[in-house]
Write a new protein. Structure first.
Lengths: 183, 232
């Protein structure tokens, strides 16, 4: 295979783009969010399996009760005041990332899930996907997961590695490519 | 809160695989993107990002003996939603090269000097009229490491949080009349000429105020048929 050039065309995210602690959703202004604290980690690779360093990920999710901190959610008033639902992380030199967060509850009509967004050099447009949790009974009836072709659904389901740790790898392109959504 | 999400016009968005941009075939999905009907999860989004990250003010050109080198410019940018309504309270992040075309970034090479008085990034929130303003220096053009004659024209990166997850936008702004605009592989990855024009700021003829900076106005539309194209 032809090796990908190391040349970076950009975007040259400024070093301060990913603030220290921006990947920890369990704390907001020093206060602890309610619910089960978990870690979501994984590795991001491109088509030939090369790990991608300094790639930026963002997540957006509901709180422990499945409530989004946003006025469009009818239950917004009951949202956990100490949970923002958003975080940002950068990958390390092995393509690894980690978020510390709260296991989301099931929003109405949905399985518990975490929305992901990918920004990186060579991506002309941001990529969006959604992560699910292994052995969650609501997964079978989730309308978004149901819209994914049958053979690819498992690529969106994070594997439980310990009681509080889930692994979700992202492959941007090629065999085992993570399903991304047309948003 | 009503959120109208119009379909995107694909001709107004950049191609994902770009000839002459060698990373694009390795990093963009080969499978068709999965269509989904938005649920509450996509029709909500983070509104208080400033509680998670720190704001960096919009005056980044420096003052006195700490002034950055370059042409001082004043950018006035209005952020609108798909209905044309101004989006107030939206978090905006920007970053750019210095006046010589060099970024504060470990991967940028030595084609041009760093400027100790220029960090080149800001993070601010739009006012009630959707406006944000920047005092900066005009970014320089720079040669892309493909070494085949591609130069990025002067441009400013913007990352914006609208009211919902579906209106998250990462784009770039270009300057009018720049000869490099016509050959830039990222700008010209957008097939529709009118959509490309929406990425170019408007030069405001000087009026004497401010006396020391050239003024450019720009508009960013987060979604819809007249959306500002993505430019990651």
């Amino acid at each position: 295979m032809v090796p990908t050039g190391e040349a970076t065309i950009g975007p040259f995210f400024p070093p301060r783009y990913v603030d220290a602690g921006a990947n920890d959703l369990t704390l907001l202004e020093g206060r602890k969010a309610k619910g089960e604290a978990i870690e979501i980690h994984g590795r991001v690779v491109q088509e030939d399996g090369t790990a991608l360093e300094n790639l930026v990920l963002e997540i957006w999710q509901a709180d422990a009760l499945g409530i989004f901190r946003h006025p469009a959610d009818p239950r917004c008033a009951q949202a956990d005041p100490d949970f923002l639902g958003w975080g940002r992380a950068a990958t390390d030199h092995e393509g690894g990332y980690v978020f510390r967060t709260i296991k989301p509850g099931a929003p109405e009509g949905r399985a518990p899930h975490v929305n992901f967004m990918v920004m990186f050099s060579g991506l002309m447009r941001i990529l969006k996907t959604t992560m699910y949790f292994e052995s969650q009974r609501e997964n079978d009836s989730d309308p978004i997961l149901s819209s994914v072709p049958a053979g690819r659904k498992t690529l969106l389901v994070a594997k439980k590695q310990s009681p509080s740790s889930y692994r979700f790898d992202i492959r941007l392109c090629g065999d085992g490519e993570t399903p991304f959504f047309d948003d | 809160m009503r959120t109208l999400i119009e379909p995107r016009d694909e001709r107004s968005q950049p191609a994902r695989i770009v000839p002459g941009y060698p990373q694009t075939p390795w990093r963009n999905p080969k499978q068709p993107l999965v269509k989904r009907k938005p649920t509450l999860s996509e029709l909500t989004g983070p509104l208080e990002v400033a509680k998670r990250v720190s704001l960096l003010g919009g005056d980044i050109a420096g003052h006195g003996d700490k002034q950055a080198i370059g042409q001082l410019i004043h950018l006035k940018v209005r952020v609108r939603d798909e209905d044309g309504a101004p989006v107030g309270g939206a978090m905006v992040e920007m970053w750019q090269a210095n006046g010589a075309g060099r970024y504060v970034h470990p991967n940028d090479d030595d084609h041009a000097p760093p400027d100790p008085n220029f960090y080149g990034a800001a993070r601010l929130v739009t006012d009630d009229t959707g406006l944000f303003e920047l005092r900066t220096v005009k970014p320089g053009a720079y040669p892309v490491p493909t070494k085949d004659g591609w130069w990025r024209p002067p441009h400013v990166h913007f990352s914006l949080f609208g009211k919902v997850w579906l209106s998250r936008l990462v784009t770039q702004m270009y300057f009018p009349g720049e000869p490099l605009n016509a050959q830039d592989r990222i700008l010209n990855a957008v097939p529709d000429a009118a959509a490309r024009d929406r990425l170019v700021a408007r030069f405001v003829p000087p009026t004497g105020t401010p006396h020391d900076a050239l003024v450019f106005e720009h508009q960013i539309v987060l979604r819809g048929r007249t959306a500002t194209p993505e430019q990651s």
